[in-house]
Design a protein around this ligand. Structure first.
Ligand code: PAF
Length: 281
């Protein structure tokens, strides 16, 4: 497994991996890897990638509180061992000054799907994501990139950005990887206390019930309000529970024939948890 820490070596390594028409898959990450990330490598391969590059870069541009950035879990040695075991061909570990050299002045703003939800709760977050992702796509020249559906809004923002900028990359969406009790895997889960970890899967159970009721034509506003009340009663501080048009993230007060998604964010202790699912599931 090649490890690149500067752009010239990344570019020549990626060119070699893409030689003779071979397709390069990219798995962008911020490290602290878990099974959910490793599933992205498999999905990129299944989507036709002949070689896989993973990036590990804790992108300061997508954090709006410096303490959140400092607190983000980092485990470079552990991550490299996991990627090696998973058969990754190349790891891109750029220093911050390589990604954002002094004088950097360009950012990408995606309107539409960035609006509301995570975009509202974390101002500037999607600007950071939409700026770093095309840099990673262009630096590696990847043909295929895999993103988890766990961050549904991020996936729609990145799709919109790649379409709007005519970036020729296939974006493979990968279903959320869950623990045996249904709890969605995330790098931040390690911050939950043992008691909070016992409560955490209720987020999934509650949104599953809400999705089932909406699919059975129960009144949406009432079902969402009941879902939020159940989250609160279970110990969460819900931020939002919303039914949206799956691609545009436009909130829905009635069901539509277009694909729909149920989005949830709730705080459990100091940890903000996200989950989502299709409706019907
Ligand atoms: O989902 C993440 O880990 C990050 O937002 C990403 C896509 C690697 C961009 O920094």
């Amino acid at each position: 497994m090649l490890i690149c820490r500067d752009l010239p070596s990344l570019r020549s390594a990626c060119a070699a991996l893409r030689s003779n028409g071979r397709r390069l898959g990219l798995v962008p990450t911020m490290g602290a890897l878990h099974q959910g990330h490793l599933a992205l490598l498999d999905a990129a391969r299944a989507a036709g990638a002949d070689a896989i590059a993973a990036s590990i870069f804790v992108n300061p541009l997508q954090f709006n509180a410096s303490d959140d950035l400092a607190r983000y879990p980092r485990d470079e040695d552990g991550d490299l061992a996991k990627l090696r075991d998973a058969g990754c061909d190349l790891v891109w570990l750029p220093p911050v000054e390589t990604m954002y050299p002094p004088g950097s002045a360009s950012v990408i703003e995606v309107a539409g799907p960035s609006k509301g939800f995570e975009g509202g709760a974390r101002p500037g977050h999607f600007r950071g994501v939409a700026t770093v992702c095309p840099k990673l796509f262009l630096q590696t020249g990847a043909d295929i990139v895999a993103f988890g559906e766990k961050d549904w809004q991020q996936l729609q923002v990145v799709r919109r950005m790649a379409r709007d900028l005519d970036i020729p990359i296939h974006i493979e969406a990968v279903p959320t990887i869950r623990e045996a009790d249904g709890f969605a895997m995330s790098s931040r889960n390690r911050f939950l206390s043992a008691a909070e970890r016992t409560t955490a899967p209720m987020l999934y159970q509650i949104i599953k019930d809400v999705a089932r009721k909406i699919a059975a034509d129960a009144p949406i506003t009432q079902v969402l309000a009941e879902g939020e009340a159940r989250l609160t009663a279970t110990g969460f501080a819900p931020d939002y529970l919303a039914l949206v048009e799956a691609e545009t993230l436009e909130p829905l007060a009635q069901t539509t024939t277009a694909p729909m998604r149920l989005l949830a964010a709730a705080r459990l202790g100091s940890v903000r948890l996200l989950d989502n699912m299709g409706v019907p599931a």
